[in-house]
Design a protein around this ligand. Sequence first.
Ligand code: NIG
Ligand code: FE
Length: 448
Amino acid sequence: MSYAIFLPLLNCISVTSSRRSEKEPFSPLLLANIGQLVTVELPSKKVGPRRGNDLGELGIIEDGAVLCIAGKIVSVGKTKDALRDPWLKKNRKKIVEIDWSDKVVVPGFVDSHTHPVFVGPRLIDFEKRIEGATYEKIAAAGGGIRSSLGGVRAAGKRELADKVLSALREMAAHGTTTVEAKSGYGLTVESEIKSLQALRDAALSWPGTVVPTLLGAHVVPKEFQGCSQKYVEIVCKEMIPRAAREKLAQFVDVFCDKGAFTAEETQQIFEAAENHGLSLRAHMGQLSETKLTPFLRFHPASFDHMDHVNDEDIAQLAKYDTIATLVPGANYFLALGEYPNARKLIDAGVPVALATDYNPGTSPTLSMPMAMSLACTHMKMSPAEAIAAATINGAWALRLAERKGSIQAGKDADLAVFDVEDYREIPYWFGSNRCEMAVTNGVLSREL
Ligand code: NIG
Ligand code: FE
């Protein structure tokens, strides 16, 4: 890979981004002598989400260098080539240089499935499961998602935004720089809108990128039990139009499963979202199988969980860009013996992403390295596949692959630095955080 500074970008970059106009302009940042620079760039330059063997292609540069200016990556290559570059030689005094010898640098993780707008942990559910109750049984008895609603309904927007912001900061400390974040624990028009506003407010104080999703269709709240259609109408006719009008959400998600919303209700919600210009994603196949093919006409960005999926649907999915987002943290925390069949999906050509599914019921982890570790040990994904699934395919799942998910000139300067010598150590050292620093839209995490 050559070290050519991406000049078109240098010409069009202004040094302050509008989102952070109150901050100092970014100094150009040269990250040099990087032990292993994991670019996740595909040598063949094929476009589209990573499938099959391409998922394991990491484009590693030994002794690498990355130059970032004004929140963008402007060049990527070997350190020795970077230091010979005439522009760099001339401007060296203006550049902040960081030596990352013996470190691994990867693209900042893209956590494409999280539920951070909640008030507290669900410790009673936790103990009941330890005693042998299942997630479904606890939910049917009034625990589960419904037991998180009271806290969010009663909370002020500021309190929720503070909770979200501290989650975002902890995610960044584990190497995550882009986060999809759902509402879904209010389930009234007002409390869903309040949750989305809290996401927006938290995002303004965080240098990373937040992609908001309306999950008004998380479960049917108890006031509508037995008349779910009335609730679906509120989602379609009130929540979706308002979230779209106030530009509070980019995606609409539905929990399509037994005990939540039916396939017919999901289609109704998808139609309403489409009519309001919002993109789609859904929780699919977590507890039981739903036929996926009828939903492909909506071109959803992702189907998430995918524990239960049939072979015909797998063959169909391989023809689409809809990402299968696997969230093994949920299987781990619910102590399920089975995990999604990642090997079958990958080998069939389905593009697979990994995410934390951070939430108080099934997956209270913010750590993408933990999700990657579980993917390696329980789903037989290679460490290389886990890294690409946590970066570039996560970016595809959020329709952000033009800007995020790999270390390439022209993309956003989102990087995670790990205090390890080999990228395989990232999923290997589970339960301890080896992430030393993140660069998030060009901002070093130590400046936060
Ligand atoms: O992704 N399945 C739906 N939503 C979450 C769980 C939410 C909860 O239990 O609070 C999930 O697993
Ligand atoms: Fe989820």
